[in-house]
Design a binder for this molecule. Sequence first.
Ligand code: HEM
Length: 187
Amino acid sequence: MSEVETGIDYGPLAVLIGVWEGDRGEDIAPEPDGEEHNPYYETIVFDAVGDVTNAESQTLVALHYRQVVKRKSDDKVFHHETGYWLWDAGNGTIMHSLTIPRAVALLAGGKSHKDGNATVFEVQAKWGDPDWGITQSPFMRDNAKTTAFTHTITVTGDELSYRETTMLEIYGRSFEHTDKNILTRLG
Ligand code: HEM
């Protein structure tokens, strides 16, 4: 697998490849006594990194992505995320692995479908799910546990919008941590 591999059929993932920017981000995050709303802007880079064969029978194609998110109020990075989007053409499964520097990682699974000109990706993961699970440090498990994650991305031409919900157990309650944005592909 080389750094950036073209000449491969990336299937539905092909529409994601490129550099995307958007400044209409809306984050809702937990606070001890309520919630905070953070307008943000961000860059997401999806690189085509090739294919892999698993157990000599499953072939996956992969995009690597890196997402850097800055708060509008102070221009500081307040969310950083990386992982892979994978497509298993054999059974039409989309997989999304991600890790964030809070000591949380997950592997979400789902499908993609066409909706007119749009390609829609929908994946989810749940704590304890044997298929699409969540892994976190003991501290996070005990104090700020991620219990479920859903993520929908819609790509229409050079516009990408997403909405994700991260369910947390934090400050003695259940909290719906949400993020959404609309991005444009740079030429
Ligand atoms: C654009 C995407 C995201 C942004 C902008 C964002 C932003 C934030 C912010 C501002 C907080 C509150 C931090 C604090 O008060 O110190 C937070 C908390 C948290 N986020 Fe996110 N987040 C994003 C996505 C995610 C994802 C995808 C996950 C995991 C799957 C995640 C997991 C958490 C956890 C576990 C906390 C609790 C930690 C805490 O508040 O002390 N976040 N996030």
